[in-house]
Design a protein around this ligand. Structure first.
Ligand SMILES: *[C@@H]1O[C@H](CO)[C@@H](O)[C@H](O)[C@H]1NC(C)=O
Ligand SMILES: *[C@@H]1O[C@H](CO)[C@@H](O)[C@H](O)[C@H]1NC(C)=O
Ligand SMILES: *[C@@H]1O[C@H](CO)[C@@H](O)[C@H](O)[C@H]1NC(C)=O
Ligand SMILES: *[C@@H]1O[C@H](CO)[C@@H](O)[C@H](O)[C@H]1NC(C)=O
Length: 377
């Protein structure tokens, strides 16, 4: 690339940096997409594994726990006979997704959750934790059927839409204790998907206890089906990402929890669907104010994204362009990178899905994308 063009590109990137004080953040361009609740004829897991846009796949749903018989409810639409925990045919697909670098999670709750999920006490929470660990994670109790066979998922997502999350901190601690007692050093992710409303100060009833007691790695805040959701005209007066930022800084166990913009992937999948140019405005406005906690976008769901002209691809382009611009800006001499490097922040950056692209290459990519950046900022 000839020098004058490069200089122009750098100047553009520099002005972008000054405008937004954006900082390079290795974990800001993630896409999480739920999978498991629609027919495999629309999108088999094997196909999703080949999609480079997706980083995190919460598989849904374990929709209840029955303390009476120490069993759980499990639903995966027609993807497998989940009711009888017979999804072993998905074992190799899950492993293949993981080999592509995707974080595969088991999601608890979901819209299909018909009855209240509730642990009466710590004992029930611990009993469920043991079942969960043996069913989906590193455990291997021969008395427990593993629905996905030998595939070991990468963690747990909490998406309760009924009941409450009392004792979920004890449940998560018990999962970690079970792993420790087995010498299982795998990092298990803990994520959650609260509805966006917080304004009445009672917050998200189903997840409220967990929000204040569980050390989440990431929250996919559902900015849809609620007044605080995304608006097709990009009217951000109700959009409350900032309220969530402040709430988690004050109340979150892990101050470095990454916050995702949760959005419908398709207009038929929830109210407050917005086209990708509108979502881009939300992403940029969120990044401009909260780059240190911004983790990316969660889409409900993978099937809808595919049906909607590969919406995930549109979103990924927005995220990677933004990240590349910020990376290049942080690399420029005289432009200070974000100085917010408290130990907690560092921990989260290191522990979220790590982007192995080295800085030099990132800079190159940003330079090559300069025309794009110019038109955008
Ligand atoms: C579980 O056990 C309790 C107490 O024995 C009983 O009242 C309840 O009906 C049982 N629930 C189910 C779903 O079997
Ligand atoms: C456990 O109990 C629940 C609630 O009564 C029931 O729906 C479920 O089928 C039972 N599961 C097993 C494996 O017996
Ligand atoms: C960003 O901060 C400005 C100034 O405080 C505020 O007016 C704006 O609403 C914020 N944007 C978002 C998306 O939170
Ligand atoms: C949503 O998905 C359906 C298929 O389920 C598709 O027919 C429709 O066009 C999609 N909507 C948008 C906005 O893409």
């Amino acid at each position: 690339m000839p020098r004058p063009t490069l200089l122009t590109a750098l100047a553009i990137i520099l002005s972008f940096a000054l405008l937004t004080s954006a900082a390079f953040d290795v974990s800001s361009d993630n896409i999480a997409m739920y999978w498991g609740q629609k027919s495999k004829s629309y999108l088999p897991l094997a196909e999703l594994c080949k999609n480079p846009n997706v980083n995190i796949v919460p598989i849904g749903f374990v929709n209840n726990y029955f303390p009476n018989n120490s069993s759980m409810g499990f639903n995966m639409a027609d993807n497998c006979d989940a009711e009888h925990f017979a999804c072993q045919a998905l074992e190799s697909d899950i492993q293949s997704c993981q080999q592509q670098g995707k974080i595969m999670l088991i999601s608890l709750g979901g819209g299909d959750q018909k009855t209240a999920w509730q642990f009466a006490d710590k004992d029930q929470a611990q009993a469920f934790a043991t079942l969960l660990y043996n069913s989906f994670l590193g455990g291997n109790d021969p008395k427990v059927t593993r629905p996905f066979g030998k595939a070991v998922l990468d963690g747990i997502d909490i998406d309760l839409e009924n009941g409450n999350s009392d004792h979920f901190d004890e449940m998560i601690a018990a999962v970690q204790a079970a792993a420790k007692s087995k010498g299982d050093s795998k990092k298990y992710w803990v994520t959650g998907a609260p509805q966006c409303h917080r304004d009445d100060n009672t917050g998200e009833a189903h997840l409220e206890t967990a929000l204040k007691t569980v050390a989440f790695d990431a929250l996919y805040i559902q900015f849809y089906n609620n007044d605080c959701g995304l608006d097709p005209h990009a009217d951000m007066s109700q959009y409350n990402f900032g309220v969530w930022h402040d709430f988690m800084q004050s109340n979150g166990v892990n101050k470095a929890t990454k916050l995702f913009i949760g959005a419908p992937a398709n207009s038929s999948e929830g109210s407050h669907y917005v086209d990708s140019p509108v979502l881009q405005k939300y992403i940029e406005a969120t990044w401009a104010n909260y780059s240190s906690v911004f983790g990316g976008v969660m889409l409900w769901d993978a099937y809808g994204a595919k049906a909607n002209n590969n919406y995930d691809q549109q979103v990924k382009t927005i995220l990677t362009d933004l990240k590349a611009g910020a990376a290049a800006a942080a690399d420029l001499p005289g432009v200070a990178a974000d100085s917010d490097t408290s130990p907690t922040t560092t921990r989260a950056s290191a522990s979220l899905p790590v982007d192995t692209t080295d800085t030099a290459e990132m800079c190159f990519v940003a330079t090559e994308l300069s025309t794009d950046i110019h038109t955008k900022f």
